[in-house]
Design a protein. Structure first.
Lengths: 125, 125
């Protein structure tokens, strides 16, 4: 999808690096707690909607469609800040999260999924 | 690369969902501050090295090689926690960051790259 069809500011568009599908990862972080809530994907249109509506909109790679977080669950993500990383291929979205971010009912998609770390800094320093 | 050649625990391996290149995004977050520092990519081997050496190792998509953060810059990332998200296609790595995480000299790759948000929650609620 050409960037100029989405209404996304060309100055923003040219800072973006997209993958071969036109997508880039979006990390969603809770503004107040700093908790990383989830990772979704966006294209230019999803980013434009996120910047201009105040609510986070992702692009679903499995359903090939846009989804505005909270439309079915009520678990809205209100946009506080949006940042690109240094090479423009990832976006960080800081939000006020209504309810739980994860469809499993957890606050964050990263709750309860710890992977055992064999060696920690305390072993080495 | 078959998962079993990396030494990665099969119980961990089977929780992972990889893209068509065998990769998955890794969000790196500072353990003490909660700051999101960067997003890199891993495959099974990079994850196994991260879990077993105490230092974060990524897979470079542009160079097609592993890179252990800090080997050239000294800006080591010591691993504190590793978590998968609910569907196992993203990893969150919490670290003690030595020096700056970004090659530009910034603490985080998301510093100084704000994107203007047109509508904020305060406009709507």
């Amino acid at each position: 999808m050409p960037a100029d069809s989405t209404g996304l500011d060309p100055e923003i568009s040219k800072r973006l690096t997209r993958d071969e599908r036109g997508l880039f990862p979006a990390i969603t972080q809770e503004f107040t707690s700093g908790d990383v809530l989830m990772l979704g994907w966006m294209d230019d249109e999803a980013l434009q909607r996120t910047l201009t509506t105040g609510r986070v909109t992702y692009y679903s790679r499995s359903r090939n469609s846009y989804w505005r977080k909270g439309d079915t669950s009520g678990h809205i993500q209100w946009v506080r800040e949006v940042r690109f990383d240094c090479d423009g291929d990832t976006v960080l979205v800081k939000v006020d999260q209504v309810g739980e971010a994860c469809h499993t009912g957890k606050h964050s998609c990263f709750d309860d999924n710890a992977v055992p770390v064999v060696v920690t800094p305390d072993d080495q320093r």
